[in-house]
Design a protein around this ligand. Structure first.
Ligand SMILES: Cc1ncc(COP(=O)(O)O)c(C=O)c1O
Length: 399
């Protein structure tokens, strides 16, 4: 008799993207498919120094079991890091999670009962779609344009579906690359308050803006100070993954005390705590004051790659694609127009591209409902500018 797996798995499929990743081993392939930072950008010397300090200064804390809420010195450093971004939070107003992915999982676990509605952006982060569905969520998609989620539509959907919560990636979203405007951020806060609806702000990319003197608008959490009473309706997920290292698996969750307590309880049963060694290393890294230089470096390198990719796309693909030049993050989100009788289905385009030696991810799996099959996502993070030029040239041949 075959193993009888839990019925909750019936709602979730292995991602179509994983299937595509199997093809990436092909020799000579240039990949724009990954969703991760460039390994060559890791501040290895800084992380090594931080790890050494962690072991020298607090070996017990760095290697022993620790508190589920997080390693206290890291909570203090994260509170200071958030303060530098305009968010007032006490160390006990946040918990450390094993990547922000775990924060999302804990939110799913604490908030979603089977059949509950959850509003997400269309498109949104694939792992969130899978994670929330695993808890039985019935996902509803709110449309996104270059200025982020359409708040007029969002209001209609909230009024209609009365969701358990709304999940947004307001700053340089994955995959949309979009940046939610200041006006819309304020509207989101007003909606959270008006409809007493929790809004989850997932913000792993907010620090990755390309023009140093033109940062994105403040986070929704930070702006909640301007809309009295709204803060308790905001949960905010942060991550060290995209700027420092995803391998450290250090993320955090800021939310109102009751939600934080329930999430902590669930975390206790899940992994007891995030690696104390990773937390102590991250704490020392932040304490050493290396973050501003690291941020300046990644912003510069990714900004240059994004600029080169945008120019190359316009040159090589012309009116066969439309896209908005991202102001930060790791991704271009593009749409095949079908102009000149060129391919219009991004799945078909992806197959032709692989034959030409270049990979990207078709957009359809990023939609919880009503997929737009002409969309696709390109990451400019892991290829250098020479590879970007070459890869986009190959995309032009695949059209
Ligand atoms: C929007 C978004 N949220 C969360 C994550 C998870 O990141 P981590 O668990 O490494 O912090 C990612 C990673 O790709 C992401 O794109």
């Amino acid at each position: 008799m075959p193993l009888q797996f839990a019925t909750r798995l019936d709602n979730v499929e292995t991602s179509a993207i994983r299937e595509l990743f199997k093809l990436l081993g092909k020799p000579g392939i240039i990949s724009f498919a990954g969703g991760f930072p460039d390994s060559a950008m890791f501040d290895v010397a800084g992380i090594k120094e931080a790890a050494d300090r962690a072991l020298a200064e607090d070996p017990g804390g760095a290697l022993q079991y620790g508190a589920t809420e997080g390693y206290e010195p890291l909570r203090q450093q994260l509170a200071a890091f958030m303060a530098s971004k305009g968010v007032e939070v006490k160390p006990d107003g946040l918990i450390v999670t094993t990547g922000s992915q775990q924060a999302l999982d804990l939110l799913g676990k604490t908030m979603i009962s089977p059949g509950d509605k959850v509003i997400v952006e269309g498109p949104t982060f694939l792992a969130t779609i899978q994670c929330f569905r695993l808890y039985g969520a019935d996902l509803v998609s709110a449309p996104v344009d270059a200025n982020g989620v359409d708040t007029e539509q969002l209001e209609k959907l909230i009024a209609q579906h009365k969701p358990k919560f709304v999940y947004l990636i307001p700053t340089f979203g994955n995959p949309s690359g979009a940046m939610l405007s200041l006006e819309r951020r304020k509207k989101v806060l007003e909606l959270a308050l008006k409809y007493q609806t929790l809004v989850v702000e997932d913000d792993p990319y907010g620090d990755l803006y390309f023009t140093p003197d033109a940062p994105p608008p403040p986070s929704i959490l930070s702006l909640s100070e301007d809309v009295p009473g709204s803060r308790e309706w905001i949960a905010h997920c942060g991550s060290m993954s995209k700027v420092l290292s995803p391998g450290l698996r250090v993320g955090w969750l800021i939310a109102q005390p009751e939600l934080l307590a329930k999430a902590t309880m669930c975390k206790q049963f899940s992994d007891a705590h995030t690696s104390t060694f990773a937390q102590a290393t991250a704490a020392q890294y932040l304490k050493a004051g290396r973050m501003p230089a690291t941020l300046a470096n990644v912003r510069k390198v990714y900004g240059e790659r994004a600029r080169v990719m945008g120019q190359a796309l316009a040159r090589e693909l012309g009116d066969a694609v439309e896209f908005t030049q991202p102001q930060g993050g790791l991704f271009f989100w593009a749409r095949l127009t079908g102009a000149g009788g060129k391919v219009k289905d991004a799945g078909e385009f992806a197959k032709k591209a692989i034959e030409q030696g270049v990979a990207f991810v078709p957009g359809a799996p990023f939609y919880a409902e009503k997929p737009d099959v002409s969309t696709f996502r390109l990451s400019f993070a892991t290829a250098d500018v020479g590879k970007i030029e070459e890869g986009v040239g190959r995309l032009g041949k695949a059209l």
